[in-house]
Design a protein around this ligand. Sequence first.
Ligand code: ASP
Ligand code: MG
Length: 592
Amino acid sequence: MPTIVQKFGGTSVADSAKILAAARKAIRAQKDGNRVVMVVSAMGKNTDLLIGLAREITEEPPAREMDMLLSTGEQVSVALMAMAVDSLGHEAISLTGAQIGIVTDSTHTKARIRSISTERMQKALDEGKIVIAAGFQGVDEAKNITTLGRGGSDTTAVALAAVLAAGACEIHTDVDGVYTTDPRVVPEARRVGRISYDEMLELASAGAGVMHSRSIEFAKKFSVPIHVRSSFSDNPGTMITAEPESHDQPVCGAAMVKNEARVTVLNVPDRPGAAMTVFSRIAAKHVAMDMIVQNIAEDGIADISFTVPRDDLPTTLGAVEEAVRQLGAGGYSYDEDESKISVVGLGMATQPGVAQRMFRALAAKGINILLITTSEIKISVLVAREHAQEALRTVHEAFALDREPPAALVAAEPAAEAPKAEAAVDMAARLEGMEDLIIGGVSLDQSQARVTVVGVPDTPGLAAEIFEQIAADGIVVDMIVQSVGREGHANLSFTIPQENLDKSLHLAAELSKRLGCQTPTSCPEVAKLSVSGIGMRSHTGVARRMFQSLADAGINVDMISTSEVRVNVVVDGAQGPRALAVLQKELEELIV
Ligand code: ASP
Ligand code: MG
C-alpha cells in the first residue's frame, strides 16, 4: 500500500473546524488506499504568540528554552488532530519529534536533521492508524528538544516522505499552488501546474515565499515529488518535481524582493583577496549578502557592489567602514530604497535573447537598471523601490506568464512518478547526514570570452540596446554583470562563446562610439568555474571559501555571480586549470 504524507500549515489548522476538515482529508486519503502520515504546524499565529511571550520576559531568551517553548505549539496541534480523527471514527496516534526519533544537531532554533527512525511510524501504519507527526521539531543526541527554524514543518514533511519512500508529499496551505508571481501584486498571475525543484529554489531566493527553501533542497536530494494544494478546496494545485512545466518556455516565473539596500565599495585595489576582505567582515556580522557584483577592474581598481536586507544596512555599513580602512579603498556609497526583480526559468540557459527581452520591457517603461546579475536560470536586476511593482508587472507581461505555455505538462497524478519502493532499500544510507551540504562538483568552462562595455551612461534602455544587437546575431550570452552607475556611468561585462568574440566586440565598439563611451575591453579567453550543489544557500560559507582559497593562491577574480544552486567565478583563461585544482582541493570533503 502506498504511503502519503500530508502537511497542514498553521492557517490550515487555525481553529477546530479547520482541524476537523484536515482530519477528513486524511481519512479520505486512507479510504483511497493509502497509509497516511500527517505533519502539522502550530495553530494559526501560535508560534508568533509564543515568541512574543518569551520577549516579554527577556530580550535574549536562551535558545534551548526557546525550543522547549516553541515546540509546544505543534504539540497542541497534533493532540487535537488525533482527537479529531478519533471523533470521526478512525484510529490515529500523535507523535512528537522526539517520539518519532527525529534526531538533529544541537543548533537550537535552527537545527538540522541528522536521522529519522521509521520503526514507530511503520508499526502504527501497519496497525491501520493515521500517524500525526509534530512538524518543525526534533531532539538532539542529549535529548534536548530542538526546532528547525521558522517554517520548518515543510522540511519535516519532506523528510518523512523521503525516509518512508512516500509516493507523494502534499503541502496543504492557504494558497492553491505556486503562481507565476505574487497575485496580490500582479492580478494576472497564473497558477502553474508544475515547476522544477531548481526553478522553485531560485524563485524562493528571489522572493517568492511559498515554501521553506530547505524543504525543496531536501525534496530534490531525495527525489520527493511535492504537491502544493489548498487545504480549503480540491483544486489540482502545483507539482514540484525534477521536470519543469514546459521545456519550450524561457521563463516560468518572476519575483520581487522589496526591501533591499545596496552598498558599493569604491576604488578597491584589484588584487587577489580584496573582495574577500569586504565579504568576510560582513559575514562576521552574520549579515547575508544577496546580489554580489564585482566587475572587471579599470586601471587596477574595481568597484564591488552588493545588496543586503534593508534592516541589516546599519550593521553592514559598520563592517564596510572597517574593510575600506583596511584596504585603503576609496570609500563607499549606498542606497536603502531599492528592490530586486528576478525572472527564473530552465529554458533561458539555452535560448538567446531572454535578458534583452527583460531589459527592453523595463526600458520601455523608463525604468532604470542599477545592477544586473545572472545565473544559468535566473536574471536579477536592481531598481529603485518606487518602480518595483511596475517592474514586476512589466516583466510578467513581457514573458506572457499569464498564458499557459505550449506543451505544458499539467499536474500529473503524483503516484505516477512515485519513487520505487526498491529505491528505499538503501535506507540506512539515506538516514545518515540527511541535511548535509552536497557539492556536485567543480566545473571549468574554457570556451568563453569576456567583453566589458566601459562607462555606459546610466540611463534606461542601454542594457536593452546592447543585448538586442547581440541577440539579433543569435549569440547566447552567458553571464552578465552590470555594476552600479558611478558619476552617471556604469560598466557592463558579459561572457559569450569564444567564436563570437570578434562579432560581439565589434557590436560593442560601434555602440560605445555612438553612446560616447570609452573603448570596450575584452579578454579572448576566460575561465569560468562553477560550483554546483544542494544546500549552498542554507550552509553559508561555500562562496566565501571559494573566494578565500582563490585569493590565497593569488588568483584574481574578474566576475562573480551567485545563485541558489551555483556559484560562478570568472578568472583569466590562463589561470583556469590551476583555479580548478584549488577549488577541488578546498571543497574536496564536500564533493559527492
Ligand atoms: N510553527 C512554526 C512556524 O510558524 C513551523 C511551521 O509553521 O512550519 O514557523
Ligand atoms: Mg507557520
